[in-house]
Design a protein around this ligand. Structure first.
Ligand code: SF4
Length: 309
């Protein structure tokens, strides 16, 4: 059962459990999840699995997923979100896991017609076909609106006990959750790839290779500026972000003010880039003071060009 941590997969799983079907939850995390945290596992999915009383396996989408985000085969949504390719990726991973645990089929909380890009009946079929799972994906909420799947034909799943929910409304799902006393934090899940502002920063990263998973995670924090082909600066917007930048410095340079001002992470240790970053910090500070990098004072230099991402 692909368990997103949202409402739909929670109640869809319950419909199968009520038939006595044994389930295991599979949750995918990525640096783009806004529902329960980035690569550290999805708190909402963990809560769903607990309420359902089923085991949960969390799979972190890695660099292979980033390749897909950068070069999707199918169209994107309103921002960088490659929803069709993303669903195909998840189903392919689920298929591999099915082999490992000898599972009979995959189920999802998808609802026909809920999302115009990836959940029209045609798209649902296209996605399972491209994942090599033709007829093997059960969607309990919309099953009666879709052709019978192989598990239904084989009698592993009783189609009569599944639903015919379609469209964007979530009334039926909410009623089912209420009836079972289920709580849910994230009705529809959340994905940064659907946000244009975030997508701009990601495109910049794609244009400046190589990049790492840490670089992608950094996009969630602070104000980002591109100084030149090689150097980028991230300024913390508050104390919490300043502390996070300290933790995520890695091989980058960290510019720390000895007065109330943003901390800056700089992707290049060259003194010119550090000076330009110091200038940016001062632009965002109400007071003046010293800026230090590895104990050395950095002298601010106005950058010839600086683009806010
Ligand atoms: S919104 Fe994001 S997580 Fe959801 S299918 Fe689209 S790309 Fe994947």
């Amino acid at each position: 059962m692909l368990l997103s941590g949202g409402l739909d997969s929670l109640v869809a799983a319950k419909l199968l459990l009520d038939q006595g079907i044994e389930l295991e939850g599979l949750n995918f995390t990525s640096p783009f999840c806004t529902c329960g945290g980035a690569a550290g596992g999805c708190a909402a999915a963990t809560r769903s699995a607990k309420q359902l009383g089923i085991p949960l396996k969390i799979v972190a989408k890695g660099m292979d997923y980033l390749q897909i985000v950068e070069h999707p085969k199918h169209e994107r949504g309103r921002a960088l979100n490659p929803c069709i390719d993303c669903r195909i990726y998840a189903l392919k991973k689920a298929k591999e896991y099915c082999k490992e645990v000898d599972a009979d089929f995959i189920a999802t909380g998808e609802v026909a017609g809920q999302r115009p890009m990836s959940q029209t009946r045609y798209k649902l079929q296209l996605i399972e076909k491209e994942a090599g799972l033709d007829g093997l994906v059960v969607r309990p909420l919309s099953a009666k609106l879709l052709p019978p799947t192989i598990p239904e034909q084989k009698g592993l799943v009783d189609r009569e006990k599944l639903l015919a929910v379609g469209g964007r409304g979530r009334k039926t799902q909410m009623e089912l959750a209420k009836k079972n006393n289920y709580g849910y934090d994230c009705p529809a899940g959340g994905c940064l790839l659907t946000e244009r502002e975030y997508s701009r920063k990601l495109v910049d990263l794609f244009e400046h290779k190589p990049y790492s998973l840490r670089d992608v995670l950094l996009l969630r924090i602070g104000r980002h500026y591109r100084l030149n082909e090689k150097a980028k600066v991230v300024l913390g917007r508050n104390e919490a972000e300043n502390a996070l930048l300290q933790k995520m410095t890695g091989d980058n340079a960290l510019l720390e003010p000895d007065f109330p001002a943003p901390t800056a992470l700089v992707t290049r240790k060259a003194s010119r880039a550090l000076g330009e970053a110091a200038w940016l910090v001062l632009k965002h500070a109400k007071k003046k003071g010293r800026l230090l990098c590895e104990g050395k004072e950095i002298i601010p230099v106005e950058p010839p060009s600086c683009k806010r991402l």
